[in-house]
Design a protein around this ligand. Structure first.
Ligand code: ADP
Ligand code: ASP
Ligand code: MG
Length: 467
């Protein structure tokens, strides 16, 4: 059994959907059992999920005009694909009507938000889930038209999550039970389930979402629940590359990576794979493949447990932008236990995610990186937490540097290869890129550098040239 996930661009136009359907049909013929997971339509930059969210946020600030425009664009985008794909003798009318009902509902929800003047995380998830709900219905109808029995399924029937809207966590056991109960009978009759990526539901049935870019995670969750043989992520590039090809045009595909390496890459900004995708696959020892819908002959990347003898050190470089580096600094911090615990406790209380931590003992400071949008919240929280220490001058200052980026070099083979950090610093130094902070995990699978936001692209390119 293969779980195949198709990203936004793979379902972003009538032509893309046709390619996607061909891939589903041929894999189905070869492998027998295919479960499809699809994202919302997303021909970049006009992604359907973005349009839905824009409409919702516009409603929250009372901008009815912008909501209407979002609805209009959504109608046009879907209409074009439905008319380009489905024949008038077949399911076209039915599909047009069904799609119109979703967009009407989107407008109803936006109106409700407008009237209430409040956009709850729960409403946000109900609204942003609609992109996937629309795309899977179109794709399933087209599959049926080309002779592949298929059924569109909302993952709210399969994936049971907590109620942490916008970043819900699945419950593995309930999900496995519901997924096998619902999908195995379909597969047994040769029907391909076409499941919405990105969404789940609480035990009470309220729709949740798994976080932006979360359709990859959906595929892994279903793969694990079904004990699939493989999970394939179909996207718009030839697999995981040595850098984001948008940033580094000469980036190359990496044919094999370990779960660990790809986890570091995904966590540190390589958008090609959602970071939460790796854990279910790793736990189920399910090989993960990343392939290009628009170049299916290319082998892409396969993610495996261990690729034996680690080779040639550095494999890929990635970056996360728009961050702030917070520093808590003071001579009176030396030898005082609990400062780090209180620092990160205060940050965690504000629900802020910390991406990287370094501590310099000589200057008695703790540095950590957070999303730039949270910096005021974080500085405020720390000033409150350490009010007494600030008054006594045990802590001299708490400050934020921004915007900064984290540039991360990944490769399991860096372990035991001396001098890699030195080479990276040397290369960046000679190009006048200032390194603000450094962090290296004890696994030595990655080295992260904090650089000024303006230096991001240069830093990524110089490091890439060394790979
Ligand atoms: P999908 O809609 O298929 O999920 P995404 O846009 O989420 O596609 O992810 C694919 C994109 O990830 C590529 O178009 C590429 O620009 C970007 N990307 C970032 N880093 C990497 C990398 N190291 N290798 C490949 N692609 C990358
Ligand atoms: N459609 C969702 C998003 O844009 C999920 C995904 O594409 O993976 O975030
Ligand atoms: Mg994606």
């Amino acid at each position: 059994m293969v779980v195949m996930k198709f990203g936004g661009t793979s379902v972003g136009s009538a032509k893309a959907m046709q390619r996607t359907a061909e891939l589903i049909k041929s894999t189905n013929a070869e492998r027998g059992e295919v479960v499809v997971v699809a994202s919302a339509m997303g021909t970049k930059p006009a992604k359907v999920t973005d349009l839905l969210l824009q409409g919702a946020y516009a409603a929250a600030v009372g901008d009815a005009g912008a909501c209407g425009r979002a609805a209009e664009t959504l109608r046009e985008v879907h209409l074009e694909v439905i008319e380009g794909l489905l024949s008038p003798e077949g399911e076209r009318q039915q599909e047009l009507a069904e799609n119109a009902r979703f967009i009407d509902r989107f407008e109803d929800l936006c109106r409700a938000v407008l009237v209430l003047g409040e956009l709850t995380p729960r409403a946000l998830d109900a609204i942003s889930a609609m992109g996937e709900q629309m795309s899977v219905r179109i794709l399933a109808a087209y599959l049926r038209q080309v002779g592949q029995p298929a059924e569109a399924i909302d993952a709210s029937e399969l994936i049971v999550t907590d109620a942490n809207f916008q970043a819900a966590t699945p419950h593995a056991q309930e999900t496995a039970r519901q997924t096998t109960q619902r999908l195995l009978p379909l597969l047994a009759t040769g029907t391909t389930p076409v499941v919405t990526g990105f969404i789940g539901a609480t035990a009470e049935g309220t729709i949740t979402t798994l976080g932006r870019g979360g359709s990859d995670f959906s595929a892994a969750i279903l793969g694990r629940a079904l004990e699939a043989d493989e999970v394939w992520i179909w996207t718009d590039v030839d697999g995981v590359m040595t850098a984001d090809p948008l940033l580094v045009p000469e980036a190359r595909t990496i044919s094999r990576l370990t779960y660990r390496e790809v986890a570091e890459l995904a966590y540190y900004g390589a958008k090609v794979l959602h970071p939460k995708t790796i854990r279910p696959c790793m736990e189920g020892a399910i090989p993960l493949r990343i392939k290009n819908t628009f170049n299916p002959e290319h082998a892409g990347t396969v993610i495996v447990l261990d690729n034996g003898a680690a080779t040639n050190g550095m494999k890929a470089v990635t970056a996360i932008e728009a961050l702030s580096l917070l520093t808590v600094e003071g001579k009176g911090m030396m030898g005082v236990p609990g400062i780090a615990a209180r620092t990160f406790g205060a940050v965690a209380e504000r629900q802020v995610n910390v991406l990287l931590i370094t501590q310099a003992s000589s200057e008695q400071s703790i540095c950590f990186a957070v999303s730039a949008s949270t910096r005021e919240t974080v500085v405020g929280a720390l000033e409150q937490e350490f009010a007494a220490e600030l008054a006594r001058r045990d802590i001299d200052r708490i400050w934020a540097m921004h915007p900064v980026s984290i540039v991360t070099v990944v490769g399991a083979g860096m372990r035991g290869t001396p001098g890699i950090a030195g080479r990276i610093f040397g290369a960046l130094g000679s190009e006048n890129v200032n390194i603000i902070a450094i962090a290296q995990g004890s696994s030595e699978c990655s080295i992260s550098l904090v650089v000024d936001g303006a230096d991001t692209q240069r830093a990524v390119r110089y490091v890439h040239a060394m790979l």
